[in-house]
Design a protein around this ligand. Structure first.
Ligand SMILES: Cc1cc2nc3c(=O)[nH]c(=O)nc-3n(C[C@H](O)[C@H](O)[C@H](O)COP(=O)(O)OP(=O)(O)OC[C@H]3O[C@@H](n4cnc5c(N)ncnc54)[C@H](O)[C@@H]3O)c2cc1C
Length: 537
């Protein structure tokens, strides 16, 4: 069967898919849709998943990139959720240890803050218990002196101490891509830049979708027994297209993050800290940078391109400068930024931060199933709910088994696998002379990085082999998508990206056989994503 993620065969792959009858079509290739595709395909369903943009270009590349243990839910007394997300986190670490890994967080406690020392100690202890946190990752409380010793950037005035606990870090866009690749490994067909224009109905039931291929400008119809709308912030748009009444509807809020060099934001540990309006924000270390976020504000603008505004930036700069008075961060220190939209379910009278992050499923009379809300962390369980609902009617595909499915990029479970991959990297240290790049590559592609490293003699060639890999295995349709989501360089290595840009564009153009006009389009798209990560005045 053709691998639909090999973009050199896009035309044939689309033709092949439109000649099939699917059990399930999933609209939306973010983490929710990809999780559903994996769950369904691994139970034996014939699945098609499509996205009108690049995979994960919606909210699923714009989150805080944490697989949460659920500390926030503890504050809201949602104990069941803490237990569930704690378990999800452990499963993901087992199944993709190179992509989801522990990150120690420091929680400073000040006299004027929202947390007390004893209450934080008890809360973190309870959190560890509920979330089933393993012994070596359980919380530690630090006295004021120890907290200052651990983290010199902290202001001493009013400091009571700190808590140390664990969250798990990931790369949301990579996680989506690996889930999708795993689904394709089970036979799913996946297409990015394929937009749903309309539903096909027969006798009052949805029987398929009409789409446009935004790469080639062609139209394609696909048929299926079930169609799921997993379009995140766009869920209501599709429900409207399906003529549903939106009694219960989405409430979209925006969250932004800013990226700094770690030299300008010199923290030893990632942190979660109080800000003046009573909320809390994260400062997370990644690849020599620190990203700070997030905001949570009502949003009514275009869903397709949320941007970070000056007001968003000022809020975060003020938050960091208030907590760390020695920092003195300014707009010039911001290297890049991103903004994402939370597809929350509207709850009357609640502010953005108070609205529950729970997911909800809507089923229309003509059979369209829509899912919204939820979290990156909960994607596997959300997928299970949807596919169980279908299986209740079908009774022929069996139970969910995604808790034991290893994601692509790893062939052995858990920490041991990660340690062995890190050891395998050593072989390449003399060849490339950059441990930083090697580890980054492992965290991006898992085991697939070794084949790239075997081929590459220097760092530029390594990028070429990455691009080849993404074209053949990850539906890379535009070079800009390599910088934005396949590698994350536009956010976390923008200087490195600018250095070799011309040579890489020339390589990409040759590899894809592009005309002069097409090269110009690729060049413009790369410039565009560089602009999009700048703060919008
Ligand atoms: C600022 C912020 C921080 C967050 N931090 C975290 C965190 O740290 N941890 C966590 O667990 N969760 C976090 N979340 C929540 C999490 O990111 C989201 O719940 C999740 O990414 C939503 O994924 P999704 O697949 O439902 O939506 P999306 O990722 O938006 O995917 C929907 C897809 O549908 C596609 N689509 C829309 N219309 C069409 C159409 N007509 N045809 C075809 N395709 C279409 C879009 O292109 C899009 O790619 C955060 C969210 C935000 C905004």
């Amino acid at each position: 069967m053709p691998n639909s993620l090999n973009s050199t065969n896009r035309t044939q792959n689309l033709e092949h898919a439109s000649s099939q009858h699917f059990d399930l079509i999933v609209v939306g290739g973010g983490i929710t849709g990809s999780g559903i595709a994996l769950d369904a395909a691994s139970r034996g369903m014939k699945v098609l998943i499509l996205d009108k943009q690049d995979f994960a270009a919606g909210t699923s590349s714009r989150s805080t990139k944490l697989i949460h243990g659920g500390l926030r839910y503890l504050k809201q007394l949602e104990f069941g959720l803490v237990r569930q997300v704690g378990r999800e986190r452990a499963i993901l670490y087992q199944n993709a240890p190179y992509l989801v890994y522990p990150e120690k967080l420091l929680l400073p406690i000040y006299k004027s803050g929202s947390l007390g020392f004893t209450s934080t100690s008890v809360a973190l202890w309870f959190y560890d218990l509920l979330a089933g946190v393993q012994k070596k990752e359980r919380r530690k409380m630090l006295s004021k002196q120890k907290a200052i010793k651990e983290e010199q950037i902290l202001s001493e005035y009013g400091l009571l101490g700190a808590g140390l606990y664990y969250e798990y870090r990931t790369d949301d866009a990579r996680l989506t891509m690996e889930v999708l690749k795993t689904a394709v490994g089970y036979g799913a067909h996946a297409f990015n830049y394929l937009e749903l224009n309309d539903f096909i109905q027969s006798d009052g039931q949805i029987t398929g979708v009409k789409t446009t291929d935004l790469i080639q400008g062609t139209s394609h119809e696909f048929s299926a027994k079930y169609v799921v709308n997993a379009t995140g912030p766009w869920v209501d748009q599709l429900r409207k297209k399906n003529s549903e009444s939106l009694d219960k509807h989405l409430y979209i809020t925006k969250g932004v993050h800013l990226v700094f060099s770690q030299d300008r934001f010199p923290i030893k540990h990632s942190m979660y800290f109080d800000v003046p309006d009573g909320r809390m924000v994260f400062a997370i270390k990644r690849d020599g940078k620190v990203y700070l976020g997030t905001t949570d504000t009502e949003y009514h603008d275009s869903l397709d391109k949320p941007l970070c505004t000056k007001q968003d930036m000022d809020y975060l700069l003020n938050s960091a400068n208030t907590m760390f008075s020695k920092l003195n961060l300014s707009a010039e220190d911001v290297e890049s930024s991103w903004a994402g939209l939370r597809p929350l379910i509207h709850e009357k009278g609640k502010s953005p931060s108070e609205v529950s992050r729970k997911d909800e499923i809507f089923e229309a009379e003509n059979g369209l199933i829509s899912i919204a809300g939820g979290k990156l962390t909960a994607f596997r369980k959300m997928a299970q709910k949807i596919v169980d609902r279908i299986e209740e009617k079908e009774k022929r595909f069996g139970k969910c088994k995604t808790d034991s499915i290893l994601l692509t990029g790893t062939s052995v479970k858990g920490e041991e696998a990660y340690v062995s991959m890190r050891n395998r990297l050593k072989k390449y240290e003399t060849k490339l002379n950059s441990e930083k790049h090697l580890v980054k590559l492992l965290h991006t592609y898992g085991e697939a990085c070794f084949a790239m490293l075997d081929k590459a003699d220097d760092l530029l060639f390594l990028v070429y082999t990455e691009i080849d890999y993404c074209i053949e295995n990850e539906s890379l349709e535009h070079l800009a998508d390599y910088y934005a989501r396949r590698s994350g360089k536009v956010l976390f290595a923008i200087d490195e990206m600018k250095e070799k840009q011309e040579a890489i564009l020339a390589y990409y153009a040759k590899r894809r056989n592009l005309t002069k006009d097409e090269v110009q389009i690729e060049k413009d798209l790369v410039e565009q994503i560089k602009n999009d990560v700048q703060v919008n005045p």
